[in-house]
Write a protein that binds this ligand. Sequence first.
Ligand code: SAM
Length: 182
Amino acid sequence: MTNIYVFRLGHRFSRDKRITTHIALVARAFGAKAVVFDIEDNRVKDSVYKICDKWGYGPSGDFEIFYEKNWRKFIKDFDGIKIHLTMYGFSLSKVKDKILKDIKDKNILIVVGGQKVPGEIYNLVDYNVGIGNQPHSEVGALAVFLHELNAKPLDENEWNCKKNQGKIRIFPQKKGKKVAKR
Ligand code: SAM
C-alpha cells in the first residue's frame, strides 16, 4: 500500500460538519494522504487545517483535503484499489487477505457514505466491505478498516512529518499532559 485516500460521499452541509471533520481527523491520524469530499464545505476544511497547522500535516507532510464535484469520474479514474465501506458488503474477515494482497504497492481509495449512497457506487469499486453487517458509523467503520489494514494510528515516534510539522508535539505520559514547541 502506498497512499491512502478517503472519499467522503454524501456530505450534508446542514448536518454533517462534525462527523465529516472526524472522518478527516481519523484519516489524518492514520497517515492518509488526502480526504476528498463531494460537497464544498470550507468550515470542515478550515477546522481540519487548523489542527494540521498545530499538530502537523501527516508523515509525508502534505496531508490535504479537497473537493471533487464529479465523484463518479474521480472514483472511476482513481489509479489504485477502490474499497467502499458498507454494511451490505462481504465482511472484512472474509476479504481481508485478498485485499492485503491486492493493495501491495498500490494506492487505495476508501469510500465512506452518509445517510444513503447512490446505488451505482457498488459497481464502481473493487470491493464492498462490511465492518460487520449491522449499521453503525462511517467514522467507526473507517477507523476499524484502516487498523485492520495495518495503517495504525501513528504514535509520537512515528509521527515524523517530513515537512509542515506543526507547532507543538506531545511527550506521552503515564499521567498528565506534556507538550513542547517544535
Ligand atoms: N446504509 C448504510 C450502509 O450502506 O452501510 C449505513 C449508513 S451509515 C449512517 C453511513 C456510512 O457509514 C455508510 O455509508 C458506510 O460507509 C458506513 N458504515 C456504517 N455501517 C457500516 C458497516 N457495518 N460496515 C461498513 N461501513 C459501514
